[in-house]
Design a protein around this ligand. Structure first.
Ligand code: NAD
Length: 542
C-alpha cells in the first residue's frame, strides 16, 4: 500500500460471441448445458468462506421444464443470517484496510475467469435457471457481468483520483472509506449480471456484504460465488443466504451495524424494505444508504414520420426478448394512426415467426417465463383482455404450463389509453398498443407522461427532428434511460449507465461512478505543515 500510483487496465466492453452453428462457443455451451441439466447440484449457504448446509432444502428446476429437478438449495434459519452478519463484521477491518490494488486484482481476475474458463458454465446456468436463450445469457451473465467488474475497477480509481486543492502550507486529502458496519444486497431473478454486480461493487469499495439472491436465480448465483471464491474474495467479505426473504431482511435490518441496502427488484418490495429501515432508524449506528432499482412500464412512441418496419422491430425485440422480463422491456406503445396498419402487418408477422421452447434448442427466440406465479398473473391479464370491450388481442393470447411456463408473446391493442395493461407492470411477453390520432402528438406525449407511475426507459421513433426534440423535452421525467430511434432495452455498461426515477428507483445508475459513490463515506484529512503557536490574529492589534 502506498508504493505507487497504479494504472488499472483500461476497461473495454467484452465482445459478444455469436454462438453461430459450427462456432466453438456453441459447442461448449451446449455441452455444459447438457451436463448440468442432467446432473444434480446441491447449493449450500456461503458464510465466512464455508459451504453451510442446513438440511432444510428446496428443489431447483428449469422454468421451461418445471418437473425436471436439477438440484437442491439450502434454506437459512435466523441464526445463519446472524452468523453471516457477524462474520462480515469480523472480516471488515482487514478487508477495509487491504490496499485498493489488491481488491481491484480480485475483481479483475473474476472478470477474466468469467470471460474464459467459466463462460460456458455461467451461461448454461443462466439458460437453465432463468430460461434465457444463449444470446440473452451471453449478453447478461457473461458480457454484462464482465463489464461491471472491469468498469467498476476503473470507476473506483476515478473516484480515488478526485482530490481537493491544497496549498503550500496545508495538504488536503480525501480518503474514500467504506461504510462502517456491513451492507446488504438483495437481487432479482432476471439478470445474473445484476446479481453479481450488487454485492461485488460494494465489496470492491471495501465493504463487507450479506447477499440474498432471488430463489429463481440460485443456480447462476452459485456459479458467481464459485468465481468469486476462485478469484480470491476472502472469507466473510461476501456471505450468501437463501430462504424466506422477509425473515432474512428483518434479521438484517434489526442489526445496529446495517449500513446500506443495494436492492434491485419490484417496487412494492423496495418500498416495504425502505419503510422497515425507517422504523429501525433509531437503532442504527449510521444513516443507512438506500439504493433501489425497481419496476418499469417502459414505452415506445412512434411518430407519424417513423419508419413502420423500424417501429415493428423495436416492438418485437423490445417487448419480447427474454419473454419481456427485462426491467427495460417495452410494455406499452403509442403508434401514430397513419403508420399503424403497416406497423401491425410487420409486427404480427414477426411475432408469428417466433419459435418458442427450450433454450437448449438454439433456434428458439422465446422460452418460458420465470415461475408459476408469473405465469398465472400473465394468464389472468390475457384472459381479461379477451373479454374487455376496450381491448383486442391481435396476436398471441395462448398459454400452457403443462411442461414449462410458456406464455405466447401477446399484443393487446386498446382504445382506452388508460387501460389497465397500459400502466400495470406485468413483467412478461405482453405489450399493449394504443393507436393515437396522427394530429395529436403533443397530447399523446402528455398521456405517456401521466399514465404510469414508473419512469425507467422509453423510446421515440421519428424522422422529424422537431418531433424528436419535442418528445425529448416532454418526456424528460418519464425515463431515466431515453432512446431515440431505437428500442428501449439493451443498456451497456460504460455506455448507457442504467436506472430510473419516480416508482422505478433511486436512479443511482448501475455501472457508473454515481452508483459507487453511494458505497463510500469520504474522510477529509487536512495536514498543516507549520502549526500556529499564538491564538491572536493580526486584526486584533492596537
Ligand atoms: P422481486 O421484487 O420479486 O424480488 C427481488 C428480490 O427481493 C429477491 O431477492 C426476492 O427474494 C426479494 N424479496 C421478495 N419479497 C421480499 C420481501 N417481502 N422482503 C424482502 N425481500 C423480498 O423481483 P423479481 O421478480 O426478482 O424481479 C423483477 C422485478 O425487478 C421487476 O419489477 C423489474 O422491473 C425489477 N427490476 C428492475 C431493474 C432496474 O434496474 N430498475 C432491474 C431488474 C429488475
Amino acid at each position: 500500500m502506498g508504493k505507487g500510483f497504479f494504472n488499472t487496465p483500461i476497461a473495454v466492453n467484452e465482445p459478444v460471441k455469436t454462438y453461430a452453428p459450427g462456432s466453438p462457443e456453441r459447442e461448449s455451451v451446449l455441452a455444459a448445458y447438457k451436463e448440468m441439466f442432467n446432473s444434480k447440484i446441491d447449493v449450500p449457504l456461503y458464510i465466512n468462506g464455508k459451504d453451510v448446509t442446513t438440511g432444510n432444502t428446496k428443489t431447483l428446476s428449469a422454468p421451461h421444464d418445471h418437473q425436471h429437478v436439477v438440484g437442491t438449495y439450502h434454506l437459512a434459519e435466523k441464526t445463519h443470517v446472524e452468523e453471516a452478519i457477524s462474520t462480515a463484521l469480523a472480516a471488515r477491518t482487514e478487508w477495509a484496510n487491504l490496499a485498493w490494488e489488491q481488491r481491484a486484482g480480485i475483481f479483475l481476475k473474476a472478470a477474466e475467469l468469467i470471460a474464459g474458463p467459466y463462460r460456458a458454465k455461467i451461461n448454461a446456468a443462466t439458460m437453465i435457471a432463468q430460461s434465457k436463450t444463449v444470446h440473452q445469457a451471453e449478453i447478461d451473465s457473461a458480457c454484462e457481468l464482465i463489464d461491471f467488474l472491469r468498469f467498476n475497477v476503473q470507476y473506483m480509481t476515478d473516484i480515488y483520483h478526485d482530490q481537493p486543492e491544497s496549498t503550500s502550507d496545508a495538504w488536503n486529502r480525501l480518503e474514500y472509506r467504506p461504510l462502517e458496519g456491513f451492507t446488504y444486497a438483495v437481487t432479482p431473478f432476471n439478470f445474473t449480471a445484476i446479481a453479481g454486480n450488487l454485492p461485488s461493487c460494494m465489496a470492491l469499495m471495501g465493504n463487507v456484504v450479506v447477499w440474498k439472491p432471488s430463489d429463481s436465480q440460485i443456480y447462476s448465483a452459485k456459479v458467481i460465488m464459485d468465481v468469486f471464491e476462485e478469484a480470491g474474495v476472502p472469507p466473510g467479505v461476501i456471505n450468501v443466504v437463501f430462504g424466506d426473504p422477509e425473515m432474512i431482511t428483518e434479521t438484517v435490518l434489526a442489526s445496529p451495524d446495517f449500513s446500506g441496502l443495494h436492492f434491485t427488484g419490484s417496487t412494492t418490495v423496495f418500498k416495504n424494505i425502505w419503510k422497515e429501515i425507517g422504523n429501525n432508524i433509531h437503532n442504527y449506528k449510521s444513516y443507512p444508504r438506500i439504493v433501489g432499482e425497481t419496476g418499469g412500464k417502459d414505452f415506445i412512441v412512434a411518430h407519424k414520420t417513423a419508419d413502420a418496419k423500424q417501429v415493428a422491430t423495436a416492438i418485437a425485440r423490445g417487448a419480447f426478448e427474454f419473454q419481456g422480463q427485462k426491467c427495460s422491456a417495452a410494455s406499452r406503445a403509442y403508434v401514430s394512426s397513419n403508420i399503424w396498419e403497416e406497423v401491425k402487418k410487420h409486427v404480427v408477422k414477426d411475432v408469428k415467426s417466433f419459435k418458442m421452447g427450450s433454450p437448449e434448442d438454439l433456434s428458439n427466440f422465446v422460452t418460458a417465463v420465470i415461475h408459476e406465479g408469473s405465469f398465472d398473473k400473465l394468464a389472468k391479464y390475457i384472459d381479461a383482455a379477451k373479454k374487455d370491450a376496450d381491448a383486442e388481442i391481435i396476436v398471441g393470447g395462448n398459454y400452457d404450463k403443462s411442461k414449462g411456463y410458456f406464455i405466447e408473446p401477446t399484443i393487446i391493442v386498446t382504445t382506452n389509453s388508460k387501460y389497465t395493461t397500459m400502466h400495470t407492470e406485468l413483467f412478461g411477453p405482453v405489450i399493449t398498443i394504443y393507436v393515437y390520432d396522427e394530429n395529436k402528438f403533443s397530447e399523446t406525449l402528455k398521456l405517456v407522461d401521466e399514465t404510469s407511475d414508473y419512469a425507467l426507459t422509453g423510446a421515440i421513433l421519428a424522422k422529424d427532428r422537431y418531433a424528436i426534440q419535442e418528445a425529448t423535452k416532454a418526456l424528460q421525467n418519464c425515463a431515466g434511460n431515453f432512446y431515440i430511434n431505437d428500442k428501449p432495452t439493451g443498456a451497456v455498461v460504460g455506455q448507457q449507465p442504467f436506472g430510473g426515477a419516480r416508482a422505478s428507483g433511486t436512479n443511482d445508475k448501475a455501472g457508473s461512478v454515481l452508483n459507487l459513490l453511494r458505497w463510500i463515506s469520504p474522510r477529509m484529512i487536512k495536514e498543516t505543515f507549520v502549526t500556529p503557536t499564538d491564538y491572536r490574529y493580526p486584526y486584533m492589534g492596537e
